[in-house]
Design a protein around this ligand. Structure first.
Ligand SMILES: Nc1ncnc2c1ncn2[C@@H]1O[C@H](COP(=O)(O)OP(=O)(O)OP(=O)(O)O)[C@@H](O)[C@H]1O
Ligand SMILES: O=P(O)(O)OC[C@H]1O[C@](O)(CO)[C@@H](O)[C@@H]1O
Ligand SMILES: [Mg+2]
Length: 788
């Protein structure tokens, strides 16, 4: 019996839980058109895919909405567990792809990644399913009946993912159901992709209902967009992480301004009409914020526990303060006239008064009243449109692609009236009417469901306005935003006896070990030794690997930051290559055993012609080899070829001396030869041999240490906090020999010995790798010359 749960109980409860799953019904064209023909999925014949067992998704593949389970049985779900159909390609599709006419529309406010979703819908339809009739609807819903559709193809949309906004334009209002569906019908569209927020999804429900009532053979898919992250059910909305990153920069500026003044207040207004997610997450990742005001948490200015009293104390203590306010906060407190009470935008959303401008003036009035003659400054920053008008960052870029492709696969499979989105880290199809009404409020409680981040409650912030508390204040969590480790790190030097002796003699009773797989193997030994000595010392591991090669957990911290930086290096490589005659941009990235950084940066950049990773052996010469491929690319594009080599790639090919063969680092890891330098020289030799006298350049970039020595981005920063806090909670509860980490988006405790052994390598037989190859058409290196 551990933690109050005995084994037999566990088995009983688990089997009870599994039997009560309710699959959310998804509408299908055959619900009202039962005689539709089916066709084989063209991916079966696609040269870049090698569909293996498990590649195609079946109707029985589902995603559970709530994956938190209480084994004691105390908190049983009130009904059966909700499950949604898993997103992905189906073996049979309900469209003859040569007859597909697809329409794409964007509605509502801007959001980073909109252009990526459009681009990937176009490229996905074109490359995966061979669709050639793809159209963009201009200016939102009104565009269906007011403007001619714009023909889209991969060439036109090639660089759209690098630009903010929506190339199709957007608008609010203009929803005329009859005119919209008439236009869809008369223009012969049979697939409609609608990208927008809650309002847009309410419109999509009506369009879908009308199409069903008219019994039209038209699939409708929604792709949920909201920079505010206020759409429920899905884990998060695209563009949100990009917005948080930019918001954090605004907060940094506010902090610098405040710190550089006498009694300075940095006041930053962020977006968030009815939810404070951007404000909350950028506050948590910045750690420079003294007070975060969000719509979900009413605040007041005057009196005990009010904002002014709080700021007074902060200014006394620190000489400055930073306040973040979400635009929907404080709307009840701002005085408004009758006309303002009624004001609505074209879509019918209430128009808000400017809480930032109001607060700035209230703060000034307060200071003059209570501290006459004393210096005081409010530096007000309103970056709201800046944080939503930018291109998506690497993480969001990739996310947009998965959303778009999931939507395409669903529509092709005949599903309709659905939205594609991630639930607990896996892509699902959700009925659009459910998404249209589901709200995601900033979470106070762990039990709020999948989209509320665990352990992230307002208690982590500095002030929370509990009306009855005499001390609403907490110490700010400040830390310098620097890369590296302030504690310094080293390889080798593992002497078990000495380490445990030192732990014992220094009287430590909690040990937190942060490191990669090697470190975790050490942690296992330390934990075992502590247990053998029966010491009252708990050991927790926090898995760290920039390569993302640790298994079981969703991803390792710092990985997304590294991918972002890697993408910048690839951009530079692309620019250099494109600016030269027969130019090759060669970028080497980190990845000893796993090519995740190279793979993800390649996918988010889309400028890479060939991505070389340790999991996929490659060769240079002959049919199907790298040189032949690069020759074709240079001939075709005249200029740009970027190759990314993860450092562990090609180690078999590089000639090495006897001494080099045995070389190990202090931790016993094999020392790699530099694949980038080697490839650079091999490329030059090859060109001189095969194209003597012709111009040629390789621009080699090795940013490997740059991408891991930087501070974590906003997403990773927050992730680190959740990891650290989870580890502390576990140790405090008496657990030991464990690692904290996210599994399907929720934080769990995992025995350290399992994590020490679990590997996460790129699976070159799965969708992701196949998709990468279908995008850049790079060789699979499966047929070496001489082999069959
Ligand atoms: N209940 C509804 N029925 C039909 N159409 C609606 C409804 N609500 C909104 N719409 C239409 O959806 C489109 C976008 O709505 P809205 O301006 O509210 O943005 P949104 O999709 O919620 O995005 P965001 O709020 O994130 O910017 C508009 O054309 C609007 O007319
Ligand atoms: O000025 P617009 O285009 O109406 O957009 C502003 C609104 O859009 C959003 O970004 C998304 O709904 C809100 O946070 C904000 O209130
Ligand atoms: Mg909205």
């Amino acid at each position: 019996m551990a933690g109050g749960v005995d084994e037999s109980d566990t088995r009983r409860t688990l089997s009870d839980g599994i039997s009560s799953v309710k699959l959310q019904k998804l509408s299908h064209l055959t619900d009202y058109l039962p005689d539709l023909s089916t066709f084989p999925n063209p991916l079966d014949e696609n040269p870049f895919y090698h569909p293996s067992a498990g590649f195609f998704i079946w109707p029985t593949d589902v995603i559970l909405r709530d994956i938190l389970h209480d084994l004691s049985g105390t908190f049983q779900p009130s009904g059966p567990r909700l499950a949604y159909h898993r997103a992905g390609p189906r073996k049979k599709i309900f469209y003859n792809t040569s007859r597909v006419r697809a329409a794409i529309v964007t509605c509502g406010g801007l959001c980073p990644g909109l252009n990526t979703v459009i681009r990937e819908l176009v490229v996905g339809l074109w490359e995966l399913y061979g669709v050639r009739e793809i159209f963009g609807i201009k200016s939102g819903y009104r565009g269906f009946y007011s403007f001619d559709p714009v023909r889209l193809d991969p060439k036109l949309v090639k660089h759209w993912h690098k630009v903010g906004g929506t190339a199709l334009e957007t608008s609010r209002g203009g929803f005329d159901l009859k005119k919209i569906v008439d236009a869809i019908e008369s223009r012969g569209f049979n697939q409609v992709y609608i990208i927008g927020g809650d309002g847009t999804m309410r419109g999509a429900v009506k369009i879908f209902d009308e199409i069903r009532d008219r019994k039209l053979n038209i699939g409708v898919a929604g792709i949920p967009k909201t920079v505010d992250n206020d759409i429920g059910i899905i884990d998060r909305s695209f563009g949100f992480q990009t917005a948080v990153e930019a918001a954090q920069q605004a907060i940094s500026a506010g902090h610098v301004e405040a710190e550089s003044a006498v009694n300075g207040i940095g006041l930053v207004k962020l977006m968030g009409r009815s939810t404070g997610h951007i404000a909350l997450h950028s506050t948590l990742s910045s750690r420079d914020v003294d007070c975060c005001l969000i719509p979900e948490n009413d605040f007041y200015l005057e009196g005990e526990g009010g904002l002014l009293e709080f700021l007074d104390q902060r200014l006394k203590k620190n000489g400055h303060a930073v306040v973040v306010v979400a635009e929907g906060a404080g709307q009840e407190v701002i005085p408004r006239n009758e006309a303002q009470k009624e004001e609505r935008d074209e879509s019918g959303n209430p128009v808000f008064l400017d809480v930032g401008v109001w607060l700035k003036s209230e703060l000034k009035n307060w200071w003059v009243r209570d501290h006459p003659g004393e210096l005081f400054t409010v530096k007000y920053i309103d970056p709201t449109y800046m944080i939503r008008a930018i291109p998506a960052n690497a993480t969001d870029n990739l996310y947009c692609t998965l959303l778009a492709h999931s939507a395409i696969h669903g529509v092709m499979a005949g599903y309709t009236g659905f939205v594609s989105g991630p639930i607990n880290g896996n892509y699902a199809y959700i009925p659009v009417e459910e998404v249209a009404v589901a709200q995601n409020k900033a979470g106070f409680l762990l039990s709020q469901g999948a989209s509320a981040m665990p352990y992230l409650d307002l208690g982590m912030l500095n002030c929370s306005f509990p009306k009855n508390s005499s001390d609403p204040l907490r110490l700010p969590l400040r830390s310098p935003l620097l890369g590296g480790t302030a504690l310094e790190t080293a390889r080798g030097g593992f002497d078990l006896e000495k380490i445990v002796d030192a732990i014992e003699s220094r009287g430590f009773n909690q040990v937190y070990v942060i490191g990669g797989d090697g470190t975790m193997r050490g942690a296992v030994k330390i934990f075992n030794e502590i247990r053998d000595r029966k010491l009252n010392v708990a050991v927790a591991g926090i898995p760290k690997t920039v390569d993302n090669d640790i298994g079981i957990i969703d991803r390792s911290f710092g990985f997304q930051t590294a991918v972002e930086a890697a993408q910048e290096a690839i951009n530079a490589g692309h620019v250099e290559a494109a600016s030269a005659v027969n130019g090759i941009g060669l970028v080497k990235l980190m990845g000893r055993n796993a090519g995740h950084i190279a793979l993800h940066a390649t996918m988010s950049s889309r400028d890479v012609d060939c991505c070389l990773i340790p999991e996929n052996d490659f060769y240079l010469e002959g049919e199907g080899g790298l040189f032949r491929f690069l020759e074709d690319r240079i001939k075709r594009n005249g200029h740009a070829v970027v190759v990314v080599a993860a450092e562990g790639a090609g180690q078999e090919l590089i000639p090495r001396s006897e001494a080099e063969k045995g070389e190990k680092d202090e931790s016993g890891n094999q020392v790699f030869l530099d694949v980038g330098v080697w490839l650079n020289s091999e490329l030059k030799k090859w060109w001189a041999r095969d194209h003597p006298g012709e111009l040629f350049t390789v621009k080699y970039i090795d940013p490997t240490y740059m991408i891991r020595a930087i501070p974590a981005n906003a997403t990773d920063n927050e992730y680190c906090t959740l990891l650290a806090h989870s580890a502390i909670h576990g140790v405090m509860a008496g657990y030991t020999g464990f690692v904290s980490g996210p599994i399907n988006g929720n934080y769990a405790y995992i025995p350290v010995e399992k994590v020490a052994l679990a590997k996460n390598r790129v699976n070159v037989r799965d969708h992701t790798w196949a998709w990468l190859r279908s995008v850049n058409n790079q060789p699979d290196f499966l047929t070496r010359p001489g082999s069959v």
